[in-house]
Design a binder for this molecule. Structure first.
Ligand code: NDP
Length: 295
């Protein structure tokens, strides 16, 4: 029978949005500044369009201005760079986000490098990642999804210091920064990736698991140490004839099995997903405050 606590990202994210909304009001009343987020979307991927729409809606819900640019799939890299450069210089914009993935004819690194680090609310600029990796330095922004994972651990009172953590996945946007953040919190961190031998045996040693792989139900009950805390970042569509859309979303972790063994686990959907957007809002407000030295 299930015994794990469900880590309710949806409700934590709602609480965070309320906190952010109050900060936005305070900023506006004190110095007349409204935080602004610019979002650049290139191409017509449906999933990307949905993410952008959700980000826009979330901005509205807390009083952040959003500016959206939609470019066609065959837009040039120069065009994207021009928008970035305009937003870099626009004082009403405090955060700039380029929705990934970009069309294959564009050089992602060139584009991410062009965002001024002061407005890099996704935290993907190499300087921000470099600061995240270096002891004794602080990045201006931390990538939203891994930041959301750590925030969930904090808000649920999970001790990280001295614990064994396993991060499954090493992407620039989730796995790698999640591992760096856990290390900054004094966990002992192991990264499992597609070339890892015995991932099950390694993962079973973890007190804390963050999984960001993109493989439905890969992490089975036998991978989990009794009492572990599990943050499941994966969002994977699987066929489901009983759903009106013909599919449903599951995580990387076999949720039913995890519920019987873990101390706590995030559901998919309703776990990390809503936290990612909440952290984006939080980064945008921090950026506006930093721009005006407002605390
Ligand atoms: P990537 O595809 O960029 O990275 C996947 C990582 O998993 C890679 O490092 C890869 O290893 C590793 N991997 C793949 N297969 C295996 C395997 N069988 N065993 C061990 N490791 C494996 O994905 P992302 O990091 O962008 O996303 C991961 C998941 O998180 C996806 O499901 C995505 O939809 C979801 N996601 C959710 C977000 C949210 O807001 N909740 C935000 C972003 C992503 P290698 O490096 O060796 O190739």
């Amino acid at each position: 029978e299930p015994s794990a606590k469900v880590i309710d990202g949806k409700s934590v994210a709602k609480q965070i949005r309320e906190e952010i909304s109050a900060e936005v009001t305070k900023l506006k009343e004190a110095i007349g500044v409204v935080p602004g987020l610019a979002v650049i979307l290139v191409g017509d991927r449906k999933d990307s369009a949905t993410y952008v729409r959700n980000k826009k809606k979330a901005c509205e819900s807390v009083g952040i201005n959003s500016f959206e640019v939609n470019l066609p799939d065959d837009a040039s890299e120069q065009e994207v760079l021009k928008y970035i450069s305009d937003f870099n210089g626009d004082p009403s914009v405090h955060g700039i986000l380029v929705q990934l993935p970009l069309p294959s004819h564009m050089n992602e690194q060139n584009i991410l490098n062009a965002v001024t680090i002061e407005k890099d609310v996704d935290g993907f600029h190499p300087l921000n990642i470099g600061h995240l990796a270096m002891r004794g330095s602080e990045p201006l922004f931390v990538p939203c999804t891994p930041k959301g994972c750590i925030e969930l651990l904090h808000r649920y009172g999970v001790d990280i210091k001295g614990k064994r953590a396993v991060v499954i996945g090493r992407s620039n946007i989730v796995g790698m920064p999640a591992a760096l953040l856990l290390q900054r919190e004094d966990a002992t961190v192991t990264i499992v990736h597609s070339r890892t031998k015995n991932p099950e045996e390694i993962t079973r040693q973890a007190d804390i698991i963050i999984s960001a792989v993109g493989q439905p139900n890969m992490v089975r009950g036998s991978w989990i140490k009794p009492g572990a805390v599990i943050i499941d970042v994966g969002i994977n569509p699987v066929e489901d004839a009983t759903s009106p859309r013909g599919y449903r979303l599951v995580g990387d972790v076999c949720y039913d099995e995890a519920c019987k063994i873990a101390a706590a686990v995030t559901p998919v959907p309703g776990g990390v997903g809503p936290m990612t957007i909440a952290m984006l809002l939080s980064n945008t407000v921090s950026s506006a405050k930093r721009a005006y030295n407002f605390n």
